[in-house]
Structure formats: C-alpha cells, structure tokens
Write a protein that binds this ligand. Structure first.
Ligand code: F6P
Ligand code: MG
Length: 443
C-alpha cells in the first residue's frame, strides 16, 4: 500500500520534526509562496502571452487561442495560490496523475477530510504542485503540449556561460596532460560541480544568474564556505568499488546551463581518471523549478556545444555522443523525480526506480531541491546526522552536492549554525554556503 506523503516511510512519524510550510509566517517557505512563486508565475504568463504570435503563425487561430487559454489557467492558479485556496487534482491525463491523486487523497485524509491549502500544506508539496499545474495548463492545450515555458531562459543561460565552461574543459585536459594527482583532480571537479549549483533560475525568480567569471579562480576563496566536505569518502568509495569490478554511478541532475556543463565535466573527469565505467544521468520528465534539465535540454546542450567554434567544447560534445552511442553513458527521465515525494518514499511509490538505483555504486544528487527531498524537507536540528535525516533512503552509497538555498541543513558540528547565524544572517538561503555530503552503502 502506498504510504501517506506526510508520514513518508511511516514507521516513526512521531519522531520526525515538522515539515517546512508556508503556514509559518516569515519563514523562507512562507516568503517563497507569497513573493517568489507569484513572480515566477507572472514570468510564465508573459512568456506564453508573447508566444501567441509564433503559435498563431504555426497553428493558425487555434495556436493563438491555446496561448490565451493557458494564460487564463495560469492566472487562475496565481490567484488561487495568493488567496490560499485548496490544492486540486491534476487532470491532464499524464502518466503521473494517479500519484498526484493519491497524495491529495492522503493529505486530505490526514487533514480530517479537508483538502490541503497552498500556505497550510507542506512547502515541498505546494511548490512541486505549482510547477506541475503550470505543465497541466500547457498539457491541456491543443497544439502546445511540448512547449517549455522556461526554454528561452535556459537557452540564454547556456549561451551566457560558454566561456567559463570552456575554461573548465581546458583545465581538465591540462590536468590530465600534466598527470595531476587524481585525488586532487576529483576534489576540484566535485567543487566545480558543487558551485555550479549557484546558477539556478528559480532562486533568482527567473532573472539571469549565470556563471561569468572563471570558476577556477574562485575555488580557493570558496573553500571556507563548504561547511561539510566528504570528498575523501567519495574517493574511497569509488576506489573500493573499482577494485572489485566495473563501476556505475548515477547523476540526479539539477539545473541546465552552467551547472549541467560543470556536471558533464565532473563526469568526464571521472571517466578519464578511469574511476567509473558507466554513468546514468537522470533528467526531469517535464520542465521543472524553472531551470532543471529535461531530455530536450540535454540534447540541445550537446547540439550547442557541438556547433561551438571552441574546440574544447565541440570535442566534449563529440566525446559525450560517442559514450551515449556505446551506452557507457545513458540519459533517463523517470516520472518520480517530478512528484512531490521525498526520496524516502521512492521504494514504495516507484519500486522499479529504487531497484534500479541499487545497482549503482554511487548516486550523486545535485542541488537544493534534491537535498530537500533527501532529508524530507523538515525542520531538523542542524546537528542531526545526514544518514538519520535520509530516513531509510539508501539504495546504495550517495553523495549530495548542494549550495544552501532553503532554510534546512543537517550534519553540522555543534555550535556552527549559531555562529553562522550571528555572523551572516540568511546564510542558509543565500546560496553562499554549501555541503558535500556522503552516506555509505548500507547492508
Ligand atoms: O524554491 C525552493 C528551492 O528549493 C530553493 O531553495 C532553490 O532556490 C530552488 O528551489 C531550487 O534550487 P536547485 O535548483 O538548487 O534545486
Ligand atoms: Mg533546480
């Protein structure tokens, strides 16, 4: 039986801290639902409204009408969110609809028969629901079902970061040529991929936010901002796995643009150091949290790199295509990643995905949202061990590379959170601090 979304794995409900939620006035969740999400929705409305000219050219009057209808559905959604209305069912016939239906049913039951509301529900649910509703408004159109309302922003973010990305790939080549210490190389490329996570378009409410300066120059000065750094354990895990046989790792990707390129460089680094044999990349099945990578973004990123005059970039594209062709690298997009579920629920909600991940030697979870889902998006004491906050989610060894953009964090040493709070108020949500977390495989 599928467990309650709130109960997660159910067994120790009473010991779990409360979910972050918009009902706590002044909290980051509250401010996000009140201020940031409406701005994101307004941007989508503008984008769709502007698109009506192109849609009319492509599909005639019906294309233009589609845009007007989407705008009207989105405006309704914005109004419902701002006036704290009930969360409704998703009704576009997509294959994930039953999951959303079940979550709504359980939340309603838990709430003594009353459906959840935008500010009252768990923040993770409300926020995921908003993005899913945006996609429902598009899926219900006649001709624009494939339209990505964040597509243009993501493409611009990619064009804006090609220069720093080319420096990264050049640095990889130089380091390999110079036979640099592999352990040091891994550490550097993990950090590069970590800081790539600063560049998401949802924390900036869609405002351009790409990497422009050389990422290499920043590494040293950013080191002190990494509050937990378990890179050594990642290295040990990979070396140990390699000593036994072929190594598979999985990237649970986050944002398109610079972050994705920094992930590809880390993947390339791992391959060239002969630490891994197979890499599975997991994308979002639909446009999500503004800038998350979809399969379409994955493909056009390779196209853009492939057509670039910089040889490092075009060779990177060629080398990736080769690996995709020989199947040592693969790209997947399971519907679970765009549900409101934390990962502790995966084994129950999507057992086939969970089973597949158990075949991997290491899962690399990128970004803030994945981190929130790893630790159930709850108000943990900051000193609670990461392993405990995973609440039973451990298909295999896993690592989280996350810049902190929401007010939850675990695994800190005693007193550190208080010190940071006193010195840098807002430290948890600013994206300036980061963690490289790790949890070993458990038997
Ligand atoms: O809006 C909630 C949030 O999790 C923020 O904390 C963060 O800015 C954004 O969504 C997504 O961040 P990321 O792209 O790193 O998952
Ligand atoms: Mg994201």
């Amino acid at each position: 039986m599928q467990q309650s979304w709130e109960e997660e794995t159910g067994t120790c409900k009473s010991t779990l801290p409360r979910s972050l939620s918009g009902q706590y006035v002044g909290s980051f969740a509250y401010l996000t639902i009140k201020d940031r999400l409406p701005v994101i929705l307004t941007r989508v409305v503008d984008t769709v409204y502007k698109h009506r000219i192109v849609a009319s050219e492509q599909h005639g009057q019906e294309g233009g009408n589609d845009c007007v209808d989407i705008v009207s559905r989105l405006s309704k959604l914005k109004h419902e969110m701002q006036t704290n209305k009930y969360i409704l069912e998703i009704e576009d016939g997509n294959k994930d609809v039953s999951i959303w239906k079940q979550v709504l049913k359980e939340e309603t039951e838990r709430n003594e028969g009353e459906a959840p509301k935008f500010f009252k529900a768990a923040w993770l649910y409300t926020e995921c629901y908003m993005y899913r509703k945006i996609m429902e408004s598009i899926a219900l159109s006649c001709h624009l079902k494939e339209f990505d309302p964040f597509g243009e922003q993501k493409r611009n973010a990619l064009y804006d970061c090609l220069k720093p990305a080319s420096l990264l790939i050049q640095y990889l080549h130089d380091s390999i040529e110079a036979k640099k210490n592999p352990n040091d190389m891994l550490s550097e490329f993990i950090q590069m991929s970590l800081w790539g996570n600063k560049c998401d378009l949802s924390i900036s409410a869609g405002v351009e936010n790409s990497q422009k300066v050389s990422p290499l120059c920043q590494l040293q000065e950013l080191k002190s901002k990494i509050l937990i750094n378990k890179t050594g354990l990642v290295w040990d895990e990979l070396k140990q796995a390699k000593s036994i046989g072929s190594v598979r790792i999985d990237f649970i990707l986050d944002n398109a643009g610079y972050e994705f390129l920094s992930d590809l460089c880390l993947a390339e680094c791992l391959t060239r150091l002969n630490l891994v044999d197979d890499i599975h990349f997991h994308c979002k099945a639909m446009p999500w949290f503004v800038s998350d990578v979809t399969p379409v973004d994955f493909a056009w990123t390779l196209d853009v790199l492939g057509g670039n005059e910089n040889q490092g970039l075009s060779n990177l594209s060629k080398s990736i295509r080769q690996k995709l062709e020989d199947k040592s690298w693969s790209m997947e997009s399971h519907k679970f990643w765009t549900t409101p579920h934390s990962f502790a629920s995966m084994e129950t909600v999507s057992p086939e995905l969970y089973r597949d991940l158990t075949k991997s030697n290491l899962l690399i979870f990128k970004g803030d949202l994945n981190y929130r889902k790893l630790v159930l998006d709850r108000d943990w004491e900051h000193t609670v061990p990461f392993k405990e906050a995973l609440h039973g989610f451990h298909p295999t060894a896993l690592c989280a590379l996350r810049t902190s953009k929401a007010d939850l964090i675990v695994g800190l040493s005693e007193g550190l959170a208080q010190k940071l709070e006193a010195q840098h108020p807002g430290w948890m949500v600013s994206g300036e601090y980061a963690v490289i977390e790790f949890c070993e495989k458990m038997s």
